[in-house]
Ligand binder design. Sequence first.
Ligand SMILES: Cc1cc2nc3c(=O)[nH]c(=O)nc-3n(C[C@H](O)[C@H](O)[C@H](O)COP(=O)(O)OP(=O)(O)OC[C@H]3O[C@@H](n4cnc5c(N)ncnc54)[C@H](O)[C@@H]3O)c2cc1C
Length: 422
Amino acid sequence: MASSPNGFDVAVLGAGVVGINTAYWLARAGKSVCVIDRQPAAGLETSFANGGQISVSHAEPWANPSAPLKVLKWLFDADAPLLFRPRFDIHQWLWIARFLVDCLPHRADRHTTEIVKLATESRTLLREIRARENLSYDQRTAGILHFYRDEREFAAALPVAELMRKYGCNRVVIDRDKVVEIEPAFEDNRDSIVGATYTADDESGDALKYTQALAQVCERMGVEFLYSSQAVALDAGCKGNSVHSVEVRTPAGYQPIRARDIVVSLGSYSPAFLRPYGVSLLIYPAKGYSVTIPIEGSNGAPVTSLTDDQYKLVYSNLGDRLRVAGTAELSGYSLDLNLRRCRAILDNARKLFPRAGNFSKAQFWAGLRPTTPSNLPYLGRTRSLRNLWLNTGHGTLGWTMGAGSGKRIADMVVAGDGAIAA
Ligand SMILES: Cc1cc2nc3c(=O)[nH]c(=O)nc-3n(C[C@H](O)[C@H](O)[C@H](O)COP(=O)(O)OP(=O)(O)OC[C@H]3O[C@@H](n4cnc5c(N)ncnc54)[C@H](O)[C@@H]3O)c2cc1C
């Protein structure tokens, strides 16, 4: 590793979509940057096979006034879109307590406003990065369509769409004919659709391809990468209120990486890493599943990115694959596949789009969304260590908010000033 004796300007911990966006904006600002990740390449954990949506229209957090009743109803249903498995885990209970507080209307409103703002900013920056760096990641810019097969669900979606419009996200209500015009794959099932909303400005694409392509851009810009290397500790002892190095376990042994500033983007693993340094984060893993179906020349796959609000599933066409993703389990850090839930996603997709592709070759995947109760990330400096920064906890929208939160944290680090996040 060729760093100067004084180390790097910034060490970014974590090479998921959030860490790589952070490194990119720091490098663009002229900083020398080192990215550290325990995996052999970028984007191999939660950013690996997500739903693919760049969805400002999905900004309403899970914690909203209608959530407590829904969650109570789902508590005893093994197939529920949001499954809560109580554990003897104080962190899980603290998270849930705050989640309930965040369901209060004024808090949910405030969080929705902030998420729409960050997500919109991020979508614009994503387009700018894509054009400037000539990135290609199976992106589609045909908008996102939320569809409903249940009158009550559709009725409940109307105020949400209105809320989105109030905050500047143009999520409009459309009828069945317009649904089929936008997404011809619904033709066979048009009678089951009771209504929909459409956000033309939203997008989709493969987050893994984007993350790895942007990591390559970063490399060309001089960013150094330490892969297969676990960040195990911060050396915060010598200088009181600052950190001066990260202790890293590399394949060649332990190595301190010196840096003037450190940004933590370790996703679901951020709280445990930071706890010893008095930084307490309310991030809990929300396990979700995805199913990737090879399209194999079929012409029945949807081409527009879709959201099925009732079953909490999203669909993104990634060129030669259809990705269907969703559901959430608050059940700790296990990445075990619950095949019943995976098959339920697959069956849903097959029922709706029977000619979408080769369902027998579908691939299942599970990932841990780094979820805060409000779904807003921690973005800013830490109270206890002046050069330790946070860009983590993006929950259901890390791909959507990644480019924007990367720019925001890079601006703060460059200015040496920013809001205290924790
Ligand atoms: C099923 C599912 C569907 C989703 N769909 C969407 C969607 O449609 N749109 C959207 O916007 N978002 C979606 N998301 C959310 C999105 O994928 C996440 O918010 C995002 O990937 C989080 O990125 P991250 O960089 O914070 O975390 P990660 O991608 O997990 O990156 C963290 C990195 O830190 C590394 N790491 C952890 N601990 C250490 C350590 N001690 N030392 C070194 N390295 C370490 C890991 O190896 C990892 O690479 C979905 C998530 C899931 C699970």
